[in-house]
Design a protein around this ligand. Structure first.
Ligand code: 13P
Ligand code: SF4
Length: 300
């Protein structure tokens, strides 16, 4: 059965000149079928470069929107349109505009986990892979960073800039506590602990490495350690095990499972390609200013 559906996807992909991108948190069968897996930054860069007519984005809404911002002439498909990101929903353009009245001259750095409309109001975007570089390159001592308070605090610590943090968070990463990590470390005393910057400061402080999903992959590949406690969504474990089959990867917590990242099935991908179902298109008046913020980040 999986072979039949994968053959169908491959046939449709060739017929329609499509590219299939998958985030590192996607289920194993989606990662294995995709043309490319990566973190948010890598997937945006790949989307911007493709000559395909259609991009099937196996991820969540904000990722498909970013592809639409960068590739207005292409058809962007999100095979399950209900796949969202609770953190991205923690800020609206109205709320940002109210905050900007209090901080009128402060540049806004917006994490890509946000709506296109919020990106459109921003000076520049960032991802978990480049937030420090983005903040350092801004010609301002003060920054308003939205919507992730943990990424904002981490970036402030690394850059010594004054960063006003929005009070958003990822419900999964933010729920990981240092107690849980410490208990895991006692179970696996030789393991290295890697954490995503969406985790709380108390967790980042005890991490051996803080990195984006693909940053963790690079770290695990080049590290001499044999085992790793993984402080991010469990989907990355598949990516890590495939890349480093002789190493051991342990989830920091079994609760690190993003419901939205698990919504897309192989059948959804085939149906979406067949009927061009789940198209995501950002309106031009939002796309243009959002594009400037995303493009500035990519060019850094
Ligand atoms: P990365 O950019 O590190 O892949 O993370 C995206 C994300 O949604 C983290 O929760
Ligand atoms: Fe959003 Fe968290 Fe899911 Fe990433 S893991 S998509 S931040 S809810």
């Amino acid at each position: 059965m999986p072979e039949a559906i994968i053959d169908r996807i491959q046939r449709l992909k060739t017929q329609k000149n499509a590219l299939i991108l998958a985030h590192n948190y996607q289920p194993p069968e989606i990662q294995d079928m995709a043309d490319m897996c990566g973190d948010s930054l890598e997937l945006s860069i790949r989307a911007a470069k493709t000559s395909a007519d259609i991009i099937v984005f196996c991820g969540v809404q904000f990722m498909a929107e970013t592809a639409s911002i960068l590739c207005p002439d292409k058809t962007i498909l999100l095979p399950d349109p209900s796949a969202g990101c609770p953190m991205a929903d923690m800020i609206t353009p109205q709320q940002l505009s109210a905050r900007l009245k209090e901080l009128p001259d402060v540049p806004v750095v917006t994490y890509v986990n946000s709506s296109a409309a919020v990106k459109a109001m921003s000076s520049i975007c960032c991802t978990s892979a480049n937030s420090i570089k983005v903040a350092q390159n801004l010609n301002s001592r003060e920054i308003l960073m939205v919507p992730d308070r943990n990424l904002a605090r981490y970036t402030a610590m690394k850059t010594r800039k004054t960063i006003y943090a929005w009070d958003g968070y990822c419900p999964y990463h933010d729920a990981l506590t240092s107690e849980t990590v410490t208990a895991r470390r006692q179970e696996y005393p030789d393991a290295v602990f890697m954490a995503h910057p969406e985790c709380r400061m108390e967790v980042l402080e005890i991490a051996d490495a803080v990195a984006s999903t693909s940053g963790m992959l690079k770290y695990a590949r080049s590290s001499e350690a044999a085992s790793f406690i993984v402080g991010t969504e469990i989907g990355l474990l598949h990516t890590l095990k495939k890349a480093c089959p002789t190493k051991t990867f342990i989830p920091a917590s079994d609760a690190l499972r993003c419901v939205d990242m698990k919504k897309i099935s192989l059948t959804d991908v085939a149906e979406s390609l067949e009927n061009l179902k789940g198209e995501v298109k950002v309106a031009e008046h939002i796309r243009k200013p959002a594009m400037q913020a995303v493009q500035k980040m990519i060019e850094l």
